[in-house]
Structure formats: structure tokens, C-alpha cells
Design a protein around this ligand. Structure first.
Ligand code: ADP
Length: 259
């Protein structure tokens, strides 16, 4: 830990950003982007000034999830003013290109694009910058952990063995690059039938908590598989912004507080 802070401390801070929190997963489709945006919104609800950077260059989700439209402005032709949505500052490669344009890029171009998004965006006095990473342990994760001082990483997984296997690899990567891991969030932990109220553990039960206990890291909480979460993020107004008084929003806020 002490060593980790020393190494991270040698990296120059991002202008306008106090704390950088990376949200990662091993496997794709486990709900990492959904957790990232709701965690960011929960921190706003707790009174913080928060930005979200979509670091998934190949498959950016945040423009759709936040309902971002139009292009960001660039008063000096170099730096970019972040987009605003639901009280967040937001930036994604997805707002700089057309939605259906594939980014057919090799590693070096991707890492260059990530660094530009990070350093050319004029973040304004952020308490937290949440970085929604792509799944896996590749170029983007490495560049991020080596070039900017990440305060900590949150790992998102479902309780399913195959997701946990990959989540452990993400954990191993952060340990190797000496980024402190803040804990595990278990997404899609349970499903309650909206017709009959029957509860079912579609992806298994308790896997996230087991992983956290085995690895000696914090278990930050869980979210159910709930149709509202999917619908609201597809509609561009994630759960914490759409239904702030709900039990679901309260869960995200509890996770934000323990992060
Ligand atoms: P990832 O970033 O891990 O690839 P996403 O956050 O994009 O995953 O989520 C994948 C899909 O699952 C999205 O359509 C999202 O709306 C949906 N989803 C994520 N979490 C939940 C949940 N707890 N309940 C219902 N749908 C969810």
C-alpha cells in the first residue's frame, strides 16, 4: 500500500481532478458501464462534483446512457469542454464520432485517444472522476494506470463463475500495477419476478462476496437484475437520476458511500 501510493504519487495529477476512480470488470456485459454511471450520479447525490470519462474507445456506452446529444465545444480548438448531463461532467469518444462508426484502431492509437480524452478535457473542479474502463486487462487499463494517478479501482462482476474468473484477473492486474482496489460490486445478484414476486438467482448467488473475502478486499454491495435499470439506461436517464427515491437508487448511494 505505502509503495503503491508512492508510485501513484509520482504521476502528475490531472488538472481540475482531485480523485480518479476506475471502474473495471474482467468480462464484458456484466454491467460495468451501468454501475459506473449510477455510482457517479450517487456521488453527485451525496454532494460531490463528479465527472465521468468513458474509456471504452471501441464500444462507448456513456453517450447513450446519459442521453448526450450534439458535440462538445472547443473554444481554443484544442481543449474540450465536457458535456453536461444530470449534474455530471461527461466525456466519451462517442460524442466526437458518429454513433455507428467503428473505431478500427490498433493499440497505440487507442491509448493516444484515451490520453487526449483525459488531458484535453477541461474538467472543472472535480472531487471525483469516474473512469468507465473497457472489459479486460489490455492497453487501455495499462495506459491509464501508468499515466495518471488512479486513487482506486472498483471491480464489477456478476455472481457467475465465468465472470468471477475474469474479475479475479482484473484484480490481479491492478495489484501488479499497484493501483489500490477499493472493492467489489456484485451486479445482477438476484431477480424478482415483476409478475409473481418469485426470487431467482439467475447468475448464481454470493459470488462477489466470496471473491472479496478470498482476496481480502471490501464487498461494496449488490444490485438486482431489474428491468428498470436496463430501461432507464437505454432511455438516457440512469436509475439514480430517474428514480432517486427508489430502493435501487438507495443501493447505488450505499455503494458510493462505502467506496
Ligand atoms: P458492461 O459495461 O459490463 O459491458 P453494461 O453496463 O453495458 O455492461 O450492461 C449491459 C446491459 O445490461 C445493458 O443493456 C444494461 O442496461 C443492462 N444491465 C446492467 N445492469 C443491469 C441490472 N442490474 N438490471 C438490469 N439490466 C442491467
Amino acid at each position: 500500500r505505502v509503495h503503491a501510493h508512492k508510485v501513484q504519487g509520482q504521476l502528475a495529477p490531472l488538472p481540475g481532478v482531485k480523485n480518479i476512480i476506475a471502474v473495471a470488470s474482467g468480462k464484458g456485459g456484466v454491467g460495468k458501464s451501468t454501475v459506473s454511471v449510477n455510482l457517479a450520479l450517487a456521488l453527485v447525490a451525496e454532494g460531490a462534483t463528479v465527472g465521468i470519462l468513458d474509456a471504452d474507445i471501441y464500444g462507448p456506452s456513456q453517450p447513450r446512457m446519459l442521453g448526450l446529444t450534439g458535440k462538445p465545444s472547443s473554444p481554443d480548438g484544442k481543449s474540450i469542454v465536457p458535456m453536461r448531463a444530470h449534474g455530471l461532467q461527461a466525456m466519451s469518444i462517442g460524442v466526437l464520432i458518429e454513433e455507428d462508426t467503428p473505431m478500427i484502431w490498433r493499440g497505440p492509437m487507442v491509448t493516444q485517444a484515451l490520453m487526449q480524452l483525459l488531458t484535453d478535457t477541461r474538467w472543472e473542479e472535480l472531487d471525483y472522476l469516474i473512469i468507465d474502463l473497457p472489459p479486460g486487462t489490455g492497453d487501455i487499463q495499462l495506459t491509464l494506470s501508468q499515466k495518471v494517478p488512479v486513487s482506486g479501482a472498483v471491480i464489477v462482476t456478476t455472481p457467475q463463475d465465468i465472470a468471477l474468473l475474469d474479475a479475479r484477473k482484473a484484480l490481479g492486474m491492478f495489484r501488479k500495477v499497484e493501483v489500490p482496489v477499493l472493492g467489489v460490486v456484485e451486479n445482477m445478484a438476484t431477480h424478482i419476478c415483476s409478475n409473481c414476486g418469485h426470487e431467482e438467482h439467475i447468475f448464481g448467488q454470493g459470488g462477489g462476496a466470496r471473491m472479496a473475502a478470498e482476496a481480502g478486499i471490501a464487498y461494496l454491495g449488490d444490485l438486482p437484475l431489474d428491468i428498470r435499470i436496463r430501461q432507464q439506461s437505454d432511455d438516457g436517464k440512469p436509475t439514480v437520476a430517474a428514480i432517486p427515491d427508489s430502493d435501487l437508487a438507495a443501493r447505488y448511494r450505499a455503494i458510493a458511500r462505502s467506496t
